[in-house]
Design a protein around this ligand. Structure first.
Ligand SMILES: *Cc1c(COP(=O)(O)O)cnc(C)c1O
Length: 477
């Protein structure tokens, strides 16, 4: 049999796949013992990698070896049990394998015709999410690359549902994710028409400020089209007052979008469902399985309360796809969002839930909530730490600030920046920071199912130790 230029012999295919699998299993085993981050400056990486593409190939094993040693390690290990920065992710193995299978089967989940099995599984997983969030029947959605694209898709649906008015305005809290602002400008809302609404003392949207902003805009001839609620603000985990926002948006006829990109999967636990009460009243909900549902990137999802709103905004009927219309009972997911060719992302959620069962997923999500609560208790009990926002949905914000230390704000920021850097460089851990109304805060986001209390405690103890040393150095200078 002739082997074409871009084909491999079956044995070679197997060997390469096995080598990749071995490498990943080994990485997994070694992960906790190593650092939570590695990286390199561009100069060094370019010296190794900036080359012309080879005219003829070289052994696949060598190429894989090079990727595994010179490229892939120089990255954050977002699945390290002590990676607490930004929003961690810790994919399960069946999810990783699902991506491999979806690529290998070369699924294009754009239409029912190109992928009926995959489309049915996407319907199944969306149906699971619908029920977890308490959305009514008739709600629907699709998988996307992530929260950013989910938001854009939601905003297009909202804009079309509003009749695509001139002088449209969009509202979000000052803790809202930057993806919300970018989605608003992406759909053509002028930057000066994106309103930032101040939050209350608990970093939740201030309802009076929201009502005032909408009233002022209406009086000035603007058309409010979307209000965004954070259901897990990325900075603090704060949950906007969802019920009040839903009441207000219903009375005003404004689309309510709930950004639950990282926090939404708390809904699989009883406590999370209680905390997120009211989310089912939003017109759209974005949530990212690649964050708190243990899937590899990219796995985002958008749910809308009325599935036809997406279809109305996005459905296209190009002649080239005329053979793919099987009727309303056979949705074409390419008609629900921006993407035409789409990978089969629902498979990873489906496979990993089938393999581990929901009880395991529920307890993995509950563990993050629980560890963050324990972290808060540790911070409150610590003589050298100060809590800066109430812990919510796995996020705790705090800083080094001993009660008896008479240190000004500027000096405190310096101390905390030093602590942050020392954790980064000296500990097998990564903590990130944010600004809470201008105040520098250390921030831990604890969502990883492999993280144990010891990981959290030892990281907090390192912060305390570095804090003491930085304060002592400050006092001496
Ligand atoms: C991560 C995140 C986003 C952006 O989602 P991507 O998947 O990174 O595109 C938006 N909002 C919140 C609250 C997030 O945590």
């Amino acid at each position: 049999m002739t082997q074409r230029d871009l084909e491999m012999a079956p044995d070679q295919m197997r060997d390469l796949a096995r080598m990749a699998a071995d490498l990943l299993v080994e990485r997994s085993a070694k992960l906790p013992a190593g650092g939570a981050w590695d990286g390199e400056f561009r100069e060094a990486l370019a010296a190794a990698l900036m080359q012309d593409p080879p005219e003829s190939g070289r052994p696949a094993q060598d190429v894989l070896e090079q990727a595994a040693t010179e490229i892939l390690p120089y990255a954050a290990r977002l699945d390290h049990p002590r990676f607490f920065g930004f929003v961690p992710s810790s994919p399960t193995w069946p999810g990783v394998i699902a991506d491999f299978l979806a690529a290998g089967f070369n699924i294009n989940a754009v239409t029912w015709l190109t992928g009926s099995g995959p489309s049915q599984v996407e319907l199944v997983v969306i149906e699971w999410f619908r029920r977890w969030l308490g959305y009514p029947e008739g709600a629907g959605g699709l998988f996307t690359s992530g929260g950013s694209v989910s938001t854009v898709d939601a905003f297009v649906a909202a804009r079309e549902a509003a009749g695509h008015p001139e002088r449209a305005t969009v509202y979000m809290g000052d803790q809202g994710h930057v993806a919300l602002r970018r989605a608003a400008t992406t759909i053509g809302v002028r930057p000066e028409c994106v309103r930032t609404v101040t939050s209350d003392g608990l970093f939740r949207m201030d309802m009076d400020a929201l009502k005032q902003a909408v009233a002022d805009d209406r009086a000035a001839g603007f058309h409010p089209i979307i209000v965004c609620a954070s259901a897990g603000a990325v900075g603090t985990g704060a949950i906007d007052p969802l019920e009040e926002m839903a009441d207000f948006c219903e009375s005003e006829g404004i689309w309510l979008h709930a950004d639950a990109a990282y926090g939404g999967f708390a809904a699989v636990t009883d406590e999370g469902r209680r905390l997120l009460a009211g989310i089912e009243r939003a017109d759209s909900i974005g949530l990212d399985p690649h964050k708190w549902f243990f899937q590899p990137y990219e796995a985002g999802c958008l749910l809308v309360k009325d599935a036809s709103t997406l279809q109305d905004a996005f459905a296209v009927r190009p002649d080239i796809l005329q053979d793919t219309i099987w009727g309303a009972n056979h949705p074409n997911f390419g008609d629900r969002g921006m993407q035409v060719s789409r990978s089969f992302r629902a498979l990873k959620v489906w496979m990993s839930v089938q393999v581990f069962g929901m009880a395991a997923f529920r307890s993995a999500v509950a563990k993050g909530i629980d560890l963050a609560a324990r972290a808060e208790a540790h911070v409150r009990a610590s003589p050298s730490l100060e809590l800066l926002s109430p812990t919510s949905l796995g996020i705790v914000c705090f800083r080094v600030n001993p009660e008896d230390a008479e240190v000004g704000e500027e000096a405190l920021e310096k101390v905390n920046r030093t602590v942050l850097a020392r954790v980064f460089w000296e500990e097998p851990a990564l903590v990130s920071s944010t600004l809470l109304w201008g105040r520098f805060a250390l921030r831990m986001c604890i969502l990883n199912h492999t993280t144990e209390w010891e990981d959290v405690r030892e990281t907090l103890e390192a912060v305390e130790r570095f804090g003491r040393e930085a304060l002592a150095a400050q006092a001496a200078s």
